[in-house]
Design a protein around this ligand. Structure first.
Ligand code: NDP
Length: 272
């Protein structure tokens, strides 16, 4: 019997994870299968339990279940503990290991795929939801000069600043709180792009040579990326690379093999 993995979420039909993990398993010659599971909004735990009983080895977890996955885990990696959210579950005997690979995926995409170092940079992270929380520590571990967290509801950004202040130079506010700063790297971790909305940002925050990164991806540039380009950002990237890199981290956790991501990123780009 093939080892069985899946992505679980609601909705789930849009998920690219089956495509990504099927490509990884073919590339690395792993005997495994990977499916997409739609869990009822009030049925995450039961759906996971059924999957385990049928011999499932691991799950990717997506919206809206990352917090429930965190609570369900019997052991957590350090990065999942800090993110307080889990996007990868691994089942071993009686244990449910919870991990969060989003931050590692983002950092690998920026530093390795895009070739842009984060050390000494001024970074603006927009958003204070699950995705933002998961990337803060991995970003700080790259030793940027500063990390500014900006959120529509500034209290949430300030709470994150308090949580991470001992890990680096972290400031917080709303989108208009840093009118005199020029950022080298501006990451949109809000869900605004999902609704074709644009957070109200000052136009001149992009440093010369800046990277604008939207965690969202779609067949055409998001409003944020268009705004960044109009206002001087030199490099633009969407979240496809992060998506594939976070999947590769999950795959490594499950199978102990790191797949090559570049061909899979190219495959995904050709299909979106
Ligand atoms: P959450 O729902 O947890 O957080 C949403 C965040 O967006 C909050 O900070 C919210 O602010 C802010 N927000 C929502 N609408 C607007 C708006 N119109 N203007 C300004 N801010 C807004 O979502 P996640 O953190 O889980 O996901 C965020 C994005 O990241 C999504 O687009 C998701 O698809 C993407 N993502 C991509 C990944 C990848 O691999 N590429 C991985 C994970 C996420 P407030 O607090 O004020 O409500």
């Amino acid at each position: 019997m093939l080892d069985s993995y899946a992505v679980i979420g609601n909705p789930i039909s849009h998920s690219k994870s089956p495509l990504i993990h099927t490509a990884f398993s073919q590339q690395t010659h792993q005997s495994m299968q990977y499916a997409a599971i739609l869990a009822p909004l009030d049925g995450f735990q039961t759906t996971v339990s059924n999957f385990r009983q049928q011999g499932g080895k691991g799950l990717n977890v997506t919206v809206p279940f990352k917090l429930e996955a965190y609570q369900l885990s019997t052991r957590l990696t350090e990065r999942a503990t800090i993110a307080q959210a889990v996007n990868t579950l691994k089942f071993e005997n009686d244990e449910i290991l919870g991990d969060n690979t989003d931050g590692a995926g983002l950092v690998r995409d920026i530093t390795l795929n895009l070739g842009i170092p984060l050390a000494t940079k001024r970074i603006l992270l927009m958003g204070a939801g699950g995705a933002a929380r998961g990337v803060i520590l991995p970003l700080l571990q790259q030793k940027p000069f500063m990390l500014a967290i900006a959120n529509r509801t500034p209290d949430k950004a300030e709470a994150l600043q308090q949580q991470f202040v001992s890990c680096g130079n972290v400031v917080a506010g709303d989108f208009m709180s840093f009118p005199d700063e020029r950022f080298d790297i501006i990451i949109n971790a809000t869900s605004a792009s999902l609704h074709n909305a644009l957070p109200e940002l000052p136009a001149h925050i992009f440093a010369a040579d800046a990277l604008a990164y939207d965690m969202m991806y779609s067949h055409e540039p998001t409003r944020f990326l268009k705004f960044a380009q109009q206002n001087g950002a030199r490099h633009l990237a969407d979240g496809i690379g992060m998506l594939v890199e976070q999947a590769a981290e999950s795959f490594f956790l499950w199978r102990g093999i790191r797949p090559r991501t570049k061909p899979v990123i190219a495959l995904l780009k050709s299909q979106i």
